[in-house]
Design a protein around this ligand. Sequence first.
Ligand SMILES: CC(C)(COP(=O)(O)OP(=O)(O)OC[C@H]1O[C@@H](n2cnc3c(N)ncnc32)[C@H](O)[C@@H]1OP(=O)(O)O)[C@@H](O)C(=O)NCCC(=O)NCCS
Length: 222
Amino acid sequence: MRFVVFRSGGKIDTDLAGGTRDEYVIDMHGRLLDGPWAGSAPGAQSLNLIDMLVEDWNSHGRDVTRPGFQAIAVHRFGTWRMGIGPRVLRAPLSVLYRYLFRRVRNIYGIELPYTARVGRRVVIEHQSGIVIHGHTEIGDDCVIRQNVTLGNRRLDRPFDAPRLGNRVVVGAGAKVLGAVRIGDGAQIGANAVVCDDIPAEAVAVGIPARVTRVGGARITAS
Ligand SMILES: CC(C)(COP(=O)(O)OP(=O)(O)OC[C@H]1O[C@@H](n2cnc3c(N)ncnc32)[C@H](O)[C@@H]1OP(=O)(O)O)[C@@H](O)C(=O)NCCC(=O)NCCS
């Protein structure tokens, strides 16, 4: 059985005879079979390091002691120093970055390598048990909570990693596994295990995660 969710004029409904723009096709387990993708590349690279850090500090309640801010700040620094051309200048910065990365990982339990692409104003709400794969993409204005894993699904596909659109909220304890795409504005429930793509503006809960809402409309059989 397949559920077809149509979106017309900004409104989402489950009327099969309704609008035909932006069509999502979701199976009975809430897996996205087909649909549009609004996810965009993280935009942090457009700012310089200081502006990014100020923006991140504001997003984290202007509190430099928050582990989430420190993890993001170290990530920004790690990315920025790779743009320094002469290796002789970059080398001491790389030593400092590796020290800070390990410090954040070992003390706060937040593992966020600089190779992950992290958008603007991303908030790491709390700390502990947060593991983010080095090939992950996180869009602007996303929220990552404690005990979240954004990682690969199988050891024989080590570079598969999730791509989160903008404004995605990942609930506490959620795991997003493999090269899945999470659409803009999606909410992943606490403790969900996401192994399939999730459409934009959807709510997904459970193990394996099923979509319960898209754009505020409940997913119902049609
Ligand atoms: C996913 C979430 C955003 C859904 O919010 P919501 O608007 O209440 O969702 P809905 O009303 O559409 O819920 C749909 C169904 O999923 C269930 N549900 C909600 N969250 C769930 C979760 N995390 N796991 C399993 N089921 C969940 C609801 O009970 C409801 O079940 P029903 O259809 O049988 O009534 C929210 O429940 C959640 O998990 N937020 C994460 C918050 C968090 O991590 N907080 C930590 C702060 S430190």
